[in-house]
Design a protein around this ligand. Structure first.
Ligand SMILES: Nc1ncnc2c1ncn2[C@@H]1O[C@H](COP(=O)(O)OP(=O)(O)O)[C@@H](O)[C@H]1O
Ligand SMILES: [Mg+2]
Length: 269
């Protein structure tokens, strides 16, 4: 496969989650993290999983990533049963988990080592393409410790995108960043999703963030983790997190959330 065909390939993926149940057992106690969670995600759809801490969002994302397994239920991408991690589903976490001993471009190239059929110069070209996409072209040779938190998450995003996964799984990737940096990344992520047509599952406990990014917001409730309600978001893109329209949608979802929530759980508006 040439670099050009690799970069031109923007085929998205359909994801099907069927009756996923997961319990954690630790020292005699049992947590019912997910209870028969089913979800169909269309090709190229941006879905936000929203809910208070402990409602099973990360557990579901890890199971879709193949990093954890379900007690019951199945997950398919394009009709193929998931039974472990794969290059078709890349994950991005709150902490960027970059390698501090590698510079920026080598961090992005690292994930491409798994990709057969590309020579080293071709991998470099692919990494360069994605670093440019996230606005870090000028920092390719920088050390990781020289970067701000936002820049590190951009590198992590480029690294997740570089193997050209059809599904991108993101677990509160911007939660540790300041508000202004986050807003820039919301814009970038929307642009990249439209250009590369990724199917994205994005975990957040922030209602506005979910409305800003999602084509659909899936509201979870805890103990046991279940899907409570779903909201289609049809606001035009790119969306501004500070817009009045967005705030109105967010307040509708916040109301639903508060209605389902116990008083000891918290969620950001
Ligand atoms: N490895 C684990 N061992 C034991 N309990 C866990 C483990 N991972 C998650 N849990 C529990 O499962 C529930 C769901 O957790 P999680 O998926 O992390 O929620 P969220 O991401 O929505 O905050 C919580 O009660 C959490 O304490
Ligand atoms: Mg979590």
């Amino acid at each position: 496969m040439t670099v050009q065909t690799e970069l031109a390939n923007v085929a998205p993926s359909k994801l099907s989650v069927n009756a996923i149940t997961k319990r954690f057992r630790t020292r005699g106690t049992e947590v019912h993290a997910l209870d028969r969670v089913s979800l169909d995600i269309a090709e190229g759809e941006f879905v936000c999983l929203l809910g208070p801490s402990g409602c099973g969002k990360s557990t579901l994302l890890n199971i879709v990533a193949g990093l954890d397994s379900a007690d019951e239920g199945t997950i398919f991408t394009d009709g193929k049963l998931i039974d472990g991690p794969g290059r078709d589903r890349m994950v991005m976490f709150q902490e960027s988990a970059l390698f501090p001993w590698l510079d920026v471009i080598d961090n992005v190239m690292f994930g491409l080592k798994l990709k057969p059929g590309l020579t080293n110069p071709e991998r470099r070209e692919v990494a360069h393409f994605y670093l440019k996409l996230v606005g870090l072209e000028k920092f390719m040779r920088a050390n990781i410790h020289e970067l701000s938190g936002g820049m590190k998450q951009r590198v992590a995003l480029a690294r997740a995108l570089a193997p050209n996964p059809r599904v991108l799984l993101m677990d509160e990737p911007f939660a540790a960043l300041d508000a202004l940096t986050r807003e820039q990344l919301y814009g970038d992520l929307q642009r990249i999703q439209q250009q590369r047509q990724k199917t994205i599952v994005f975990v957040t406990h922030n209602v506005r963030e979910a409305v800003c990014l999602g084509d659909r917001v899936v509201l979870f409730s805890p103990h046991p983790g279940r899907i409570q309600e779903q909201f289609k978001i049809t606001l035009p893109r790119p969306r501004d997190i500070n817009s009045v329209d967005l705030a109105e949608h967010a307040s509708e979802i916040t109301k639903a959330l508060k209605g389902h929530m116990k008083s000891d759980t918290e969620v950001a508006e």
